[in-house]
Design a protein around this ligand. Structure first.
Ligand code: TYM
Length: 334
């Protein structure tokens, strides 16, 4: 199938920290699995990152590191289009139009907005509030059929669909209706130290998070220290055994085993042995990614070539939709 007849995927990651195993299981491994079947656009959402104050030099570095991590995880620059969001001005331009179709209440009820405005109470800016509208623009510009994301983005996808429907209804068919793709396992990896909270790249306690550039020894140590419960049974039960269930998810991803198989394997075995086995398998699973990352991230020229090629392609596709939108709302064409 050629790119014209393939269905389209768009997804992205905000470069606000080093990527974690949650980004891998919630997003990247699914991107890799789907990339030969779909026409894929994968972006580094740098405009999303600036809704929270960033150190400029660090943001630049992390943006390039995020691109390197996409490649290290197996995204093929020959098959997929990789680009930096700010290199495609149509994202901000469509977001402006969509702002005029979004109610204040739709943004203020967003869980992520509520969480982030608590966490960054010194800087609750309009960008943080309007962030899901920019995300809708990201998706709708490419007429995406499918958006592979983790569980925490579900609410943003719902808003995207509502905006698409509202615009299409008010004018005429303009945007494709995107579907979320949320994996059954790994859609919400929890903090190792507080398994009732999501694992996050910005957690201050580094023992909570497995980073994709961690060394195998660091990963082993973090998993061995992970918080579990006072029981001894290895059983999948998110509500009552969130720590053990989280480790089971990681083990399942690293080995391909089902929860039933894992429960059977560790029947009558204590948590110490279970954790040691999870630690080994997860460390080995991440090792090739962190090794490839070290190689790719040192080759800036290669990365910049891929990103420049990607933004040329993304600009062409995005402009096509933006022109359509501008025309529908009554802006004079240019
Ligand atoms: P971000 O950067 O927070 O996360 C990127 C992707 O990784 C998933 N994810 C997780 N999955 C499982 N467990 C976790 N602990 C975990 N942490 C993160 C997220 O669900 C997401 O799929 N706003 C988005 C980026 C974005 C985007 C888009 C995504 C901008 N425009 C358009 C899709 C389509 C964000 O900040 O994701």
């Amino acid at each position: 199938m050629d790119a014209d007849t393939k269905k389209v995927i768009l997804s992205g990651i905000t470069p606000s920290g080093i990527l974690t195993i949650g980004h891998l299981t919630g997003a990247l491994i699914n991107w890799v699995r789907l990339q030969s079947e779909y026409d894929c656009y994968f972006m580094i959402a740098d405009l999303h990152a600036i809704t929270v104050r960033q150190n400029p030099a660090e943001l630049r570095q992390r943006t390039l590191d995020t691109a390197a991590m996409f490649l290290a995880c197996g995204i093929s620059p020959e098959t997929s289009t990789l680009f930096i969001q700010s290199h495609v001005p149509a994202h901000s331009q469509l977001a402006w139009v969509l702002n005029t179709f979004t109610g204040m209440g739709e943004c203020s009820k967003m869980t992520q907005f509520k969480d982030k405005s608590k966490k960054h109470s010194e800087n609750v800016n309009v960008g943080l509030f309007a962030y899901p509208i920019l995300m809708a623009a990201d998706i709708l510009l490419y007429q995406a059929d499918l958006v592979p994301v983790g569980e925490d983005q579900k609410q943003h996808l719902e808003l995207t669909r509502n905006l698409a429907q509202r615009f299409n209804h008010y004018y005429s068919d303009t945007f494709k209706m995107p579907e979320p793709f949320i994996p059954e396992v790994g859609a919400r990896i929890m903090s190792l130290q507080n398994p009732t909270a999501k694992m996050s790249k910005s957690d201050e306690n580094k023992n909570s998070t497995i980073f994709l550039n961690d060394k195998p020894e660091e990963i082993r140590n973090k998993i061995k220290r992970a918080v579990t419960d006072s029981d001894t049974v290895v059983r999948y039960d998110e509500e009552n055994k969130p720590g053990v269930s989280n480790l089971m998810q990681l083990y399942s991803i690293a080995t391909g085993k089902s929860f039933a198989e894992i429960e059977k394997q560790f029947e009558g075995v204590g948590y110490g042995e279970f954790k040691a086995e999870v630690a080994d398998k997860v460390a080995e699973y991440i090792r090739p990614i962190s090794e490839r990352f070290a190689e790719i991230s040192s080759n800036k020229k290669y990365l910049q070539e891929i990103l420049s090629f990607g933004s040329d392609k993304a600009n062409k596709v995005a402009m096509k939709t933006l022109r359509k939108v501008y025309k529908k709302v009554g802006l004079v064409s240019f």
